[in-house]
Design a protein around this ligand. Structure first.
Ligand code: AMP
Ligand code: MG
Length: 406
């Protein structure tokens, strides 16, 4: 079977993974979601003129020749209703941060620039009109666009929306992603291993990758290599999820029932991608939902998720930037390989030097079964076909974490 270039497969996958239908979700559930419409302010923020300081609300003209003595006529704490309170000539109101400005006052003198003697405030500062006053609408006015459509919501966005009284926001929902492991050799959790058995490591990895991307992870369990079991697991997944990720059973082995089941249920494509690891990939839609049949080898399934599933699922979640960040890095230690017509995705440790340049070193253990070695890496170097990369050359690198490594 011919090898298909990585970009062609990625493009074909993305074409079939359209954004989910937007809906309103609770503000608390919206972190990291993408807005589907622009959100406008319908209120003033702050809603009224208020003080930025603890001190005295005054008429600025009364303070032109400090020190001056002003009669304290009232006190306003944050949350106080200012109705009936006013500052006349020669008067002041004791006021706390966030409290509304009383009518008549146009400035606040911070408490540190005052003394109190009984009901008299001695003002030792010449206040300018507007000093320490936060004006109504300083931050937002009705009609201001607070968040554009297509924005990835951050904690600050949620706070701004809360300040405007938004309880729900229209977003592309997070895709619900079902994860299924397949293979007769697999054992769940800490159960004793009998001859020939290994533990299921792909499911925990893939579920975590789903969660790390802020999608909703649904554990579909472990299916034996038989058609009926795999069929019912996949059907259950399709009924409860927006997309499925399976691992195992998509290579050319004799017992690859995933292949038979998916072909029967949906319209699948079976690729041999010109990459190493993660050469085999099954992708298609079943009942209109994307299904990713990832290879079984632990490093392959992880790399395949990164290259194909994550970008497609992000697109379903409304993200415009679907791919991981790519940077150019200096090869700090040779990356060895042989020509084989494939792009190699070497597991590397990427660090940023004091000069602001990225450097990469391959981890020891580049086998597709060596998950422990891969776990030490934080990036994939895109090593072109050929004889590898010498120290000092540069390479494109896909950074797997959003945190900048130290
Ligand atoms: P397969 O793609 O089913 O032919 O599996 C390829 C390799 O990956 C075999 O060595 C499997 O034992 C291994 N493998 C498959 N699924 C898993 C899994 N969930 N966890 C760990 N290894 C797996
Ligand atoms: Mg298998």
């Amino acid at each position: 079977m011919d090898l298909t270039p990585l970009e062609d497969v990625q493009a074909a996958v993305l074409r079939e993974c359209l954004p989910l239908t937007p809906r309103a979700v609770d503000l608390q559930d919206a972190l990291g979601c993408v807005t589907s419409a622009p959100l406008e302010a319908e209120e003033l923020v702050p809603p009224f003129d208020n003080t930025a300081m603890d001190g005295f609300a005054v008429r600025a003209v009364d303070t032109t020749d400090p020190p001056v003595e002003l009669k304290v006529v009232s006190t306003l704490a944050a949350g106080a209703d200012p109705t009936g309170v006013a500052v006349g000539t020669g008067e002041a109101v004791r006021i706390m941060t966030g409290a509304p400005m009383p009518p008549g006052a146009d400035a606040v003198v911070m408490v540190e620039r005052t003394r109190t003697e009984g009901d008299v405030a001695v003002i030792e500062h010449h206040a300018e009109p507007g000093e320490h006053v936060r004006r109504a609408g300083d931050d937002l006015k009705p009609g201001d666009v607070v968040v554009d459509a297509g924005t990835v919501l951050t904690p600050a966005h949620l706070g701004v929306l809360a300040s405007l009284g938004y309880a729900r926001v229209p977003v592309f929902p997070r895709p619900r992603v079902g994860v299924l492991s397949t293979g007769d050799e697999l054992v769940e959790g800490a159960a004793e291993l009998r001859p020939g058995q290994i533990r299921d490591s792909n499911r925990p990895t893939l579920l975590a990758l789903v969660r790390q991307s802020r999608f909703t992870a649904v554990d579909l369990g472990l299916a034996r290599d038989d058609e009926a079991t795999i069929t019912s697991a996949i059907e259950h997944g399709l009924a409860t999820c927006d997309a499925l990720v399976t691992s195992g059973g998509v290579s050319v082995g004799d017992f690859d029932y995933v292949k038979a089941v998916l072909d029967r249920l949906g319209s699948m494509r079976w690729w041999q991608v010109a990459i190493k690891p993660a050469k085999p990939l099954a992708f298609g839609t079943v009942e209109g939902k994307p299904v990713f049949g990832l290879p079984g080898n632990p490093v392959s399934s992880m790399v395949s998720f990164e290259l194909f599933a994550r970008p497609a699922l992000r697109q379903m979640g409304g993200h415009r930037r679907t791919f991981r960040r790519q940077v150019e890095a200096v090869v700090a230690e040779p990356i060895r390989r042989r020509p084989d017509g494939k792009l190699h995705l070497a597991r590397v440790v990427a660090t940023m030097g004091d000069d602001g340049r990225w450097r990469v070193r391959p981890v020891a253990g580049q086998g597709s079964h060596q998950l422990a070695a891969a776990a030490a890496a934080n990036a994939l170097a895109l090593v072109p076909d050929g004889d590898g990369l010498a120290e000092g050359t540069t390479v494109k690198v896909m950074v797997l974490s959003d945190d900048t490594p130290s």
